[in-house]
Design a protein around this ligand. Structure first.
Ligand SMILES: Cc1cc2nc3c(=O)[nH]c(=O)nc-3n(C[C@H](O)[C@H](O)[C@H](O)COP(=O)(O)O)c2cc1C
Ligand code: SF4
Length: 471
């Protein structure tokens, strides 16, 4: 199905032909050598840094604030505002780049690091200059071998060419960028766990408060943690200015964002969509993106923002990629991963796949997540295998709501006698991994109770008197 296309009416912004889809962070992707310094320099590379260094740092910071560059790591917090949260006069202070990207369905940062590593490096330089950060640590997920290789090579090139190191481009600004390879743990994407890992400790989240990284971060110093895509926006922004950036998208969600689509669409992949304008319907059905559901099947449900996001159905297709609007519809845009399920999907099994991931990735620091995730996985496995009972269903909810308690009964569900956990989740855990183990079950149970009811057998209680009589 093709639908009226909001993406055909792109706002005109400098650098774009009206009607052409703006590309801020993926503009070099079609070049086979997009990752080389040569290609980067031939396509405006390091011009943003040059422009930034020609201005006072506070002006550069203001430009980022005026552009409202929203964080692309999940929470959507504006980068310029975050940079201003570090305490005055405390040095050294660090930039930590979150390249741990492990959320199910999410694979946009990997492409940015593999295909345009210099863009990320330039973004780090601009951020450190603007926010007065003394050193940058670039943390890349353990399994991303090609990304590590490309970023390492690009860093060596950038050092050799004088873009990184002492007195960059002949200015007074100097910066070292340290590359760190993770060992492969999902929870290390959480910023305080990432800092622990960088310090050489087990990657377990810290308690907030007091460990807000801007105040107490890496080695106890003020630290800004930013996502790869967030920083990759900065070179374009510095070349074109905040006005051009905010001319794309909407007032509250300017610019573009990368969305990774997987599942039952004709053309899964990573697309740079327009913030606040492109809708889920555009993304899933339009020919310029995914081109519709495979084999002409019907859509059953989709996960709008990474494995922990509450699921949407056809009713939410017209929600645009705009954080508050996705929130009002009961979910989130999260890490920019959309997973599409068509009518052939085994819904309890799909929920199990996600729950198994989060149960496996629990770091074990808090009991509801460590024990609850495993319980959820075991009970749901029993149900998927056709060995579950209706008591198992009730227990799923009981365990789930002990991880993320809610104000029950919640309006969004009374079907099957089960209550939906309201979103955003409250949690009895230190970080979001615990609730994430229950999130897919909650969505699946609330939206498709019949899929579960058909799988379980009713447990009939044998009256005590009958037991007595039989013996
Ligand atoms: C369990 C968990 C996993 C996360 N994984 C990532 C990740 O892989 N990459 C990322 O940038 N942010 C991730 N985040 C969010 C980070 O904690 C942090 O908010 C983000 O890196 C900040 O960058 P931004 O402001 O540029 O978005 C995760 C958060 C949680 C709770
Ligand atoms: S919620 Fe899970 S992953 Fe997060 S700190 Fe607790 S045990 Fe670790």
């Amino acid at each position: 199905m093709n639908t009226p296309n909001s993406t055909n009416t792109y706002p005109h912004a400098p650098g774009f032909v009206a009607g052409e889809r703006p590309r801020i962070v993926t503009s070099r992707f079609e070049h086979a050598d997009s990752y080389t310094l040569e290609r980067y320099l031939a396509t405006d590379g390091y011009a943003g840094l040059r422009a930034a260094l020609g201005r006072p740092a506070n002006e550069v910071h203001d430009e980022v604030k005026n552009a409202t560059v929203l964080g692309r790591g999940g929470a959507g917090f504006p980068a310029g505002t975050k940079w201003g949260l570090t305490p005055q006069g405390v040095f050294p202070r660090y930039l930590v780049v979150n390249g741990d990207e492990s959320e199910p369905g999410t694979y946009k940062d990997r492409l940015l690091m593999e295909r345009d590593p210099h863009q990320l490096i330039e973004g780090c330089l601009i951020a450190c200059y603007a926010a007065g950060l003394s050193q940058c640590f670039l943390y890349i997920r353990g399994e991303m071998a090609l990304a590590q290789e490309r970023v390492a090579t690009a860093l060596n090139e950038a050092y050799a060419a004088g873009y990184v190191g002492k007195n960059i481009l002949g200015s007074k600004f100097s910066l070292d960028i340290v590359l760190h390879w993770g060992a492969g743990a999902y929870v290390v994407g959480e910023e305080t766990a990432l800092i622990e890992s960088l310090e050489g400790n087990r990657g377990m989240p810290r308690l907030k408060p007091p460990y807000f990284p801007a105040a107490i971060g890496l080695y106890g110093q003020p630290t800004i943690v930013n996502n790869v895509e967030t920083l990759a926006n900065l070179p374009w922004l510095m070349r074109n200015g905040a006005e051009a950036y905010t001319a794309i998208g909407t007032k509250t969600s300017p610019g573009t964002r990368m969305v990774a689509v997987s599942g039952h669409v004709k053309r899964p992949g990573v697309y740079e969509i327009i913030n606040g304008v492109t809708t889920f319907r555009d993304l899933i059905y339009n020919e310029e993106y995914c081109g519709g559901i495979r084999n002409g099947n019907k859509l059953m449900a989709f996960v709008p923002g990474g494995g922990s996001a509450p699921w949407f159905t056809e009713d939410q297709l017209d929600v645009p990629f705009e954080g508050p609007q996705a929130g009002a519809a009961g979910s989130m845009l999260g890490s920019g991963a959309v997973m599409v399920m068509d009518e052939t999907t085994d819904i309890p099994a799909a929920a199990l796949t996600l729950t198994r991931f989060y149960a496996h990735e629990s770091c074990g620091k808090c009991t509801p997540c460590r024990e609850g995730g495993t319980w959820l996985e075991r009970i749901l496995s029993r149900i998927v295998d056709g060995k579950g009972t209706d008591a198992d269903l009730a227990q799923l909810v009981e365990v789930g709501t002990s991880i993320c308690p809610g104000d029950f009964p919640h309006a969004s569900s009374k079907r099957l006698g089960l209550d939906a956990v309201p979103f955003p989740y409250k949690m009895n855990t230190i970080c979001f991994v615990g609730p994430s183990a229950y999130a897919p079950i909650n969505s699946a149970l609330v939206l498709f109770p019949e899929e579960f009811a058909a799988r379980v057998t009713k447990r009939t209680m044998i009256p005590v008197t009958a037991v007595g009589a039989a013996s």
